[in-house]
Design a protein around this ligand. Sequence first.
Ligand code: UGA
Length: 440
Amino acid sequence: MNEPMLGQRRIAVFGAGYIGLVTGACFAKLGHDVVVRDIQKERVELLRSGGVPIHEDGLAPLIAENAGRLTFTLDAEEAVRNADVVYVCVDTPSTPSGDADLSRIWQVIETLRDARHLAAVVVKSTVPVGTGARVRAAMDRAGLRHVGYASNPEFTAEGHAVRDFMHPDRVVIGADDPETAKLVAQLHEGVDGPIAEMDVRSAEMVKLAANALLATKISFTNEIATICEATGADVEHVVRAVGLDHRLGPHFMRPGVGWGGSCFPKDSRALRALAGNAGYSFQLLTSVIEVNDLQPRRAIQRLKDELGGAFHNRTVALLGVAFKPGTDDVREAPSTIIASRLLSEGAAVRCWDPLVRRLDTAPWSSTTRCTTPLEAMTGADAAIIVTEWPELQDVAWDQAAALMARPLVFDGRNLLDPQRMASLGLTYMSVGRTTVRGSA
Ligand code: UGA
């Protein structure tokens, strides 16, 4: 490994998506000189002019405050030329087989051919176990045997990624030589959280295992919710009391129409494929994925039954499009499945979301975009809450009841209080709780 300079480092971050921008901005805040490289011209131009292409709490001010140590470029060579460390934060989408597509990682490694001055290459993108060994071999072949390699998976959740980076539960550093581990740990000086050091393969596995376990907790809760519906128990009481057991904890036990986003669906498929490629059938994870696939479909079926068995000529207000509140991200959002199912059953869909800007692809191009929840619900036969935006708690639900053709709400995130909704005259369905019917 090349001898790193003391103190401040020069870091080239590849990828200006959610992870790359948060990583770059946070490293700049920690005092490093950072250049973020992306292949999308408009994105880089926007960032250079002071704009931020994504919504992430606290990111825009962080980028502005650290502008002196944070630059953006399209040019890979320029990014690497003065860097000590390269951070790989490019996306690794699913291939048709469910494996992770690593092509963008290989493109980055290809640009490092002549970068003999580097101290280390660090992969933050989520990758299958064994990827680091393949990257290491490629670096060795390219004459970069002396450059260190590390895996530093990210555990930041969208919506509070900056907070998660600066105050993490842990920083996982996987390196097969102590100097590289030490260098990556030093980069994180000022970060408020423990460091867990290990070999590269284990670090790669920690990331996949953590996301799979979180997804398992949610799918387990959703199964319990279904049994609560069948037996008359209230899942909210059940989850609260189960979560008080310190061995289980209350987190990731919110029932709903399922998990989505750019991580859980892709990473659970990748871990299942990784196991399958090694000849092992990861049955538990397969069930976790299947439960999640069914969750939005079950919601639609229950709503359809309530509407007398058909959506034809019905109008449904879809409240919340983002895969969770606090983000404008629609990747693998349950809302997409719900909108698509409603349209294919013949319903008209009027949607509302406070943050999502562009909705010009299918199925959204066939829906009507509304600027307020009340506008979306006007004349609707039912409303379905898909994202638990806090704004929905403040809706004048009595007005909604009056404006709707039929005062029926399916709360896919258990955001609202059943008794209150019933007292305002609404029929209120939710997940894992008994349906209540308006008494006003
Ligand atoms: C997730 C992990 O939480 C991060 O630790 C990880 O770093 C990230 O993936 C990643 O791999 O990059 P994120 O996808 O941003 O973060 O969102 P989460 O807050 O984890 O939510 C994921 C989905 O689960 C959402 O659709 C959310 O609505 C759903 N969810 C979450 C539930 O249905 N119930 C819950 O109790 C919690």
